[in-house]
Design a protein around this ligand. Structure first.
Ligand code: RIB
Ligand code: CA
Length: 314
């Protein structure tokens, strides 16, 4: 098995956990960054700082700073992740620089060179959409895309839309309409479990430097989750897109047709998951394609995978 991975992310507290978990268990050949939780300058700096603090020799390729639609607003999730995108973390500023090949060209080149490439996408899908548009031939070269995004039920930015899709619905529509094999884990699963204060206490008292730094970040993130959503735990949204490759038994999927609503006044950014029973492709909604959609997860076991990953690093 020479399955190799790219992590497309917007660190971001839960992205940070996904990055450390992916690097712990998978062959990650590169990290691509994009706007989302903060601007792309911040998300790139945060990715570099995390890799340096964890001793990970993985290049960071900076990506898109705005959605693909020319008149679309640039949304951020700074209300949850703070001004820096990773508030609460005490990571030293990175000494390494971003790679001089940008995210979109890195995705294209990797797709053309790798024989078994999976892209774990845990942020707005702008980089991926630009890569597919610029080099359509990569659709036949990418083994799978694992998306944290959307939902079979409720959203978080609006009643219908989850942030990663809402931040660039046109990009998400390109990706979901593509024939690249896809799996999607949405809020219907990722909001059912998370890191609580007792987990943060375990990290703080671990004596592991990185775990202690991440504990500060997760403490901040938990506080924002509590303030915004009255939650007693911090959802680990993004690591759920890593789990199917590191611990495949922990999330169950169902094949559904999924399409992205880009026009709805109330529903723009919704992932419309057709749960009427898998229909033939010719009866699917325009722009829909068959996607493995996460329906249930073993949350406690995933939290232990996260703790194992955060305590793995010195
Ligand atoms: O809605 C959750 C998603 O939005 C996660 O990827 C989180 O990092 C934020 O980007
Ligand atoms: Ca993210």
């Amino acid at each position: 098995m020479n399955r190799r991975f790219i992590l497309d992310c917007d660190p971001g507290h839960d992205d940070a956990v996904a990055l450390l978990t992916a690097a712990r268990f998978l062959d990650v050949i590169g990290i691509t960054t994009v706007f989302g939780n903060s601007n792309v300058t911040n998300t790139t700096r945060n990715a570099l700082a995390l890799c340096e603090a964890a001793g990970l020799d993985i290049a960071v390729h900076p990506g898109s700073d705005r959605p693909i639609a020319v008149d679309a607003a640039v949304h951020s999730a700074q209300s949850i992740h703070g001004q820096s995108g990773l508030d609460g973390a005490a990571l030293p500023p990175p000494t390494r620089k971003p790679h001089d090949q940008d995210a979109v060209n890195f995705i294209i080149e990797s797709a053309l060179q790798e024989t078994d490439l999976t892209i774990i996408a845990v942020a707005p899908l702008t980089n991926l959409a630009r890569a597919i548009t610029r080099a359509p031939q990569i659709v036949n070269r990418i083994s799978e895309i694992s998306i944290m995004g959307g939902s079979t039920t409720f959203g978080n930015v609006t009643a219908a839309a989850e942030f990663n899709i809402f931040a660039d619905p046109e990009a998400a529509a390109v990706v979901f309409a593509s024939k690249i094999p896809k799996r999607m884990v949405g809020l219907n699963v990722t909001t059912t479990f998370g890191i609580a204060s007792e987990h943060i206490a375990r990290l703080r008292t671990s004596g592991q430097l990185l775990a202690q730094e991440i504990a500060g970040a997760l403490d901040y993130y938990l506080g924002r989750q509590s303030a915004h959503y009255q939650r007693q735990f911090a959802p680990m949204h993004d690591v759920c897109a890593v789990i199917p490759y590191s611990h495949p038994s922990l999330i169950e999927y169902q094949d559904l047709h999924v399409a992205v609503e880009c026009q709805g006044t109330l529903t723009r950014g919704q992932t419309v998951c057709d749960q009427r029973g898998m229909r033939r492709d010719d009866s699917a909604a325009p722009g829909a394609s068959s996607t493995a959609v996460a329906m249930t997860a073993q949350g406690d076991a995933i939290v232990e995978v996260v703790m194992d990953s955060l305590l793995y690093y010195p």
